[in-house]
Ligand binder design. Structure first.
Ligand code: ATP
Length: 357
């Protein structure tokens, strides 16, 4: 991981009145550039093979400049060009995924995140340790498949977007479909409704919902992911019948739907987010900025948290002009806009450097 000292020395050389907000041209970049432009920052798109003509269709979200790289490794070789522009990068799901968490950790450009979080997020066991030791409930794990007594979801490690996951009702079902050549985890299948809650934690904001370690927690929006084919599979008949025909569920995200949760669930949602933030500081120096809690609510109105995304998620994209929650804090503001506001506030308070690793 690039030492924080190295990042601090790069930032010390930056002209703080001329910061450029940079990110990879994909995922939530329209929202990030739109928010940064509104806050008066220069914007820089980083791209490899991606066709960037679509930005012409969205002039308010088009970056001021685009740099095309041979491949993502070349960013490393050309970091000087980013330093020359006083650039800070905003990680999003595709940026970290395409580059790989290890390479991202080594990128010698100030990044708006704590890079130490990447290891805790990308290792399922470490992520579970973080969540459970924070006192937040997760779906149960089975270490012995013979003990399966309820529907479970079998997750192959590294199965992107849930491809190849399968649901087993009991042990014989599991034995029939398991591919023992790949590592996997067996998780209780939580029956309920999914909510992907987009929080933002500011370590230095002094009003709003204060967390016990200091700083302020905001809920900016919530989405539910449209997942293909699981969301439509029920139309084709019984799941067991479909398996006989070689049809299995997949959980590939194809879209995002805005949702709100019943108001009485909000205290539980904030409690969970606060615990996750507090524990992140105890374990690895903290998680700040945007993050998403991926949850399922059961019919007992209990949350089960199955994953944390430790950065801006694509589920925030429906909320470019605000949300039922953001509008009660900053009317009309997106998560991309909130990031830019944090930069402005950080610069004004002399704390910008603390936001970067
Ligand atoms: P991604 O990296 O795209 O977020 P992933 O491969 O890490 O996906 P998960 O996010 O763990 O996979 O799960 C993918 C989907 O499977 C979830 O969005 C949800 O619909 C479903 N899911 C995950 N865990 C459970 C569970 N324990 N019970 C019921 N459904 C689940």
């Amino acid at each position: 991981m690039v030492p924080k000292k190295k990042i601090d020395s790069i930032l010390t050389g930056y002209d703080k009145d001329d910061i450029t907000v940079a990110t990879l041209c994909s995922h939530s970049s329209l929202q990030i550039f739109h928010g940064a432009r509104k806050a008066g920052f220069k914007t820089l798109g980083l791209t490899v093979s991606h066709n960037t003509k679509y930005y012409d269709a969205f002039p308010l979200a088009k970056p001021d400049e685009i740099i095309k790289f041979r491949d993502l490794d070349e960013i490393d070789e050309r970091v000087g060009e980013l330093h020359d522009r006083n650039a800070v990068v905003i990680p999003h799901g595709s940026f970290v995924e395409y580059m790989g968490p290890k390479k991202f950790e080594e990128l010698e450009v100030p990044a708006y995140c704590n890079r130490a979080v990447l290891q805790w997020e990308s290792d399922r066991d470490m992520e579970r340790q973080w969540i459970t030791s924070a006192g937040v409930a997760m779906p149960r794990i089975y270490t012995d498949a013979r003990e399966i007594k309820e529907p479970v979801l079998v997750k192959y490690h590294g199965a992107k977007g849930g491809r190849g996951f399968f649901i087993a009702k009991d042990y014989p079902d599991f034995k029939m479909y398991i591919d023992n050549t790949q590592p996997y985890t067996i998780q209780e299948y939580v029956l309920g409704t999914r909510y992907y809650m987009h929080f933002f934690y500011s370590p230095f904001k002094e009003d709003g919902y204060q967390v016990s370690r200091g700083g302020s927690l905001e809920l900016l929006s919530i989405d539910r992911r449209d997942e293909s084919n699981i969301d439509e599979l029920y139309k084709m008949g019984s799941y067991d019948d479909l398996k006989k025909h070689g049809l299995y569920p997949s959980f590939v995200v194809t879209g995002n739907i805005p949702v709100v949760i019943r108001e009485s669930l909000l205290p539980k949602a904030f409690d969970m987010a606060e615990r996750i933030v507090n524990r992140s500081y105890e374990l690895f120096g903290g998680m700040w900025g945007p993050f998403c809690l991926e949850t399922i609510v059961t019919d007992k109105l209990d949350f089960k948290l199955f994953e944390i995304s430790t950065r801006i998620v694509a589920g925030t994209n429906p909320f470019i002009s605000g949300s039922p929650y953001a509008d009660l804090i900053y009317p009309g503001m997106s998560t991309g806009g909130r990031i830019a506001k944090e930069f402005r506030d950080g610069l004004a308070a002399g704390k910008f450097i603390d936001l970067m690793t």
